[in-house]
Design a binder for this molecule. Sequence first.
Ligand code: PEP
Length: 252
Amino acid sequence: MRRKLVVGNWKMHGTQALVSALLEEVIAGTANLSDEVEIAVCPSFLHLELAKELLAGSKIKLGAQDLNAEPDGALTGEVSASMLADFGINFVIVGHSERREVFKETDQLVAAKFAAAQANGLTPLLCIGESLEQRQAQTTEQTVISQLDAVIDRVGIQAFSEAVIAYEPIWAIGTGETASPKQAQEVHWLLRDHLSDQDAAIAGAMRIIYGGSVKADNAKDLFKQADIDGGLIGGASLKAEQFLAICKSADF
Ligand code: PEP
């Protein structure tokens, strides 16, 4: 049985005051959730320290939004996997569509980040997803499979026993337009089936979460799908009431 996972991606949002107020409510509101659901938040690098202090003793895990693939070096402004591990980070997002699109990250760079995260004991949360044009051109399947294969080619299928995949259709991120439960389930099944061709046990245990305008009112229907194991939540994770309702929707 796969444990549901709900991850808040706070992106480049927040102040120390917001982080404190938000986490206070989220910690209190999730204290009684069952162990069937795991929760993590990914603040900006600057807010990790404060979040770590506030989360001490709670069930909520701490994630980072990105990392540099290099072990160390003269790379001003960057943060390595070993720095994140040393700090006590559990998850790290790799290949978010905003990084792929705005910062021109290639499949190969995403794969290198995934490998660096794992080599340092972090759980990579690999984001993949198609654009609106790709969906309209009916190339969703080949897009997501080639994004996934770029990582499998680099690290091997065994590495996926310690990873999470987030299917995030780009047309649904921050747009208010959500993939229907059926549309999302189709892609999640496809991804699991593809993994299964290489290792059925890893595919069966793999958590594949959905991201793209998940809100309190659509979370339950998505999370009830057979191959949807939780959500990566952007905008709604900045509002305690919304985020808590989404976390509760995963607890069944
Ligand atoms: C995201 O950025 O990963 C995301 C899913 O954002 P939103 O929930 O705002 O669509």
